[in-house]
Design a protein around this ligand. Structure first.
Ligand SMILES: *[C@@H]1O[C@H](CO)[C@@H](O)[C@H](O)[C@H]1NC(C)=O
Length: 179
């Protein structure tokens, strides 16, 4: 009986560990990360000996999905009340991990620039990517600012550095596609 009681107490505290707003944000970040990872994977398969047109269209669709998911995350964060420092601390790992996935994604786009310039894509696909990257930069910045404004503690302190690092990386990728 005692064991059962402790088991339930344990489960209850796991359930409460991240509740409400923080859980919603955690879940949004998870979805964004999944979408980034999926897009990076599609990019990896974007090769000149593959189905260039088909994969380019798939990439375009996935980039649009990612944009929508980031904007949803921004709305979620904007509608969340200020988090406790315990909840803020719990988000730190997710935020750092998401930021890493975004870096990987941006590097993936830059690596594939020569394929986006293939004549089979009509010669303007690199311009579409540039626009996608600008849109994603804006959405990511909006999400970051929304999260920054409701957290406290270490994540609040780290946020400006995380955000400026992301901005810089986006700018480099955008520049690569505007050349
Ligand atoms: C939430 O935190 C911000 C500072 O990050 C503060 O300006 C604002 O007043 C807080 N809002 C509430 C409802 O406590």
């Amino acid at each position: 009986m005692v064991a059962t009681k402790y088991l339930f107490a344990g489960l209850a505290s796991i359930g409460l560990a991240i509740a409400g707003g923080a859980a919603d944000i955690e879940s949004s970040i998870g979805k964004i990360q999944d979408s980034c990872v999926s897009l990076s994977k599609t990019l990896k398969g974007f090769t000149s000996d593959g189905n260039v047109m088909g994969t380019a269209l798939k990439l375009q669709g996935e980039a649009k999905d990612l944009l929508d998911i980031i904007n949803d995350g921004k709305d979620t964060a904007s509608n969340t009340d200020n988090l406790s420092s315990a909840d803020s601390d719990k988000l730190e790992d997710s935020v750092n991990s998401l930021s890493k996935s975004v870096y990987t994604l941006l590097d993936g786009f830059v690596d594939k620039k020569p394929i986006f310039q293939k004549p089979v894509l009509g010669g303007s696909a690199d311009g579409l990517v540039e626009k996608d990257l600008k849109d994603l930069k804006g959405a990511t910045g909006g999400l970051g600012k929304a999260i920054e404004s409701i957290v406290t503690g270490q994540l609040k302190k780290d946020a400006p550095k995380i955000l400026s690092g992301l901005d810089k990386h986006f700018d480099e990728a955008i520049k690569a596609f505007s050349d």
